[in-house]
Design a protein. Structure first.
Lengths: 151, 132
């Protein structure tokens, strides 16, 4: 009888010591970006009014995208050079952007975007060209920045 | 409570890539004149980066004023850091809080920017406008 009581007591103690650990979390749309290739602007030998990444010798900017869910990629062109020699003209910037998953992005008024529906990684390639409108680009260093956003 | 504080509730899978933000979707009630949230900037890259903080409304083209602390983020490789952003809203709509990687030198033609969507009276899942 004593052994039975001891066994029942042990069982009761064991049952009372049990508990549940609950785990919870939320997976929401997110993305992260990295510049794989910064891109370089080169003056065109055949069209000296074009300074850009898509002329011979230039390289496009490339951004890697890693994402969860359905984020939107937005590519925004600059309105002006962030640094340059003094210019006697206002350059016109135009761009070409494409991604492995979304294909070509269509620019409208200097910006383009696209929203992912599938996948979890992508590469965005951006070409930027500045057109002087006919004038020669003065000698010197130029820089212009395209912003690739993910939201 | 008109101002709304969000804790870091979103679970974001770690990814071996450079630049992220968490949470990415937050919402505040319709009519909130002031919203404030705390975000986490993430640098999963291999080098120290400097990020600026920018806010937008409706689209990602025209900056919208906001207060944030700190003013800039200098982050070591593989680190994350929280920051606070406060927006005086101008009606309901979709706002954005973004961290933008500052170019390391003048030769860099592409910079990255990751944004959290802040829905004030609208779902945070609302897509940004295309029009500039």
């Amino acid at each position: 009888m004593k052994k039975l009581l001891a066994l029942l007591s042990f069982i009761s103690f064991t049952a009372a010591a049990q508990t549940n650990l609950n785990f919870s979390g939320t997976v929401s749309t997110s993305c992260s970006l990295s510049v794989s290739q910064p891109g370089s602007l080169v003056i065109s030998n055949t069209q000296p009014n074009i300074l850009g990444t898509s002329v011979a010798g230039g390289t496009p900017g490339v951004v890697g995208v890693s994402f969860i869910g359905t984020p939107t990629i937005t590519v925004t062109l600059p309105n002006s050079f962030s640094s340059s020699p003094t210019l006697s003209f206002t350059p016109n910037f135009n761009g070409l952007a494409s991604t492995s998953l979304l294909g070509s992005l269509t620019f409208s008024a200097g910006a383009a975007n696209g929203t992912y529906s599938t996948g979890n990684s992508d590469t965005v390639t951006v070409n930027l060209n500045a057109d002087s409108g006919g004038a020669a680009f003065p000698l010197g260093s130029y820089s212009a920045v395209v912003t690739v956003s993910c939201s | 409570m008109r101002g709304l504080w969000a804790v870091l509730g979103a679970l974001v899978t770690s990814q071996a890539i450079a630049h992220g933000i968490s949470p990415t979707r937050v919402e505040a009630p319709s009519g909130s004149p002031l919203v404030a949230f705390r975000f986490n900037a993430i640098n999963n890259g291999a080098s120290t980066e400097v990020y600026s903080i920018r806010c937008f409304k409706h689209d990602l083209y025209t900056p919208y004023p906001c207060n944030h602390s700190p003013q800039m983020l200098m982050m070591r490789a593989g680190s994350s850091r929280s920051f606070r952003a406060q927006i005086e809203t101008n009606g309901d709509g979709l706002y954005f809080v973004c961290t933008r990687q500052e170019p390391k030198d003048e030769s860099q033609t592409v910079v990255t920017q990751v944004c959290a969507r802040v829905g004030v009276g609208v779902p945070a899942s609302t897509r940004p406008a295309v029009n500039r």
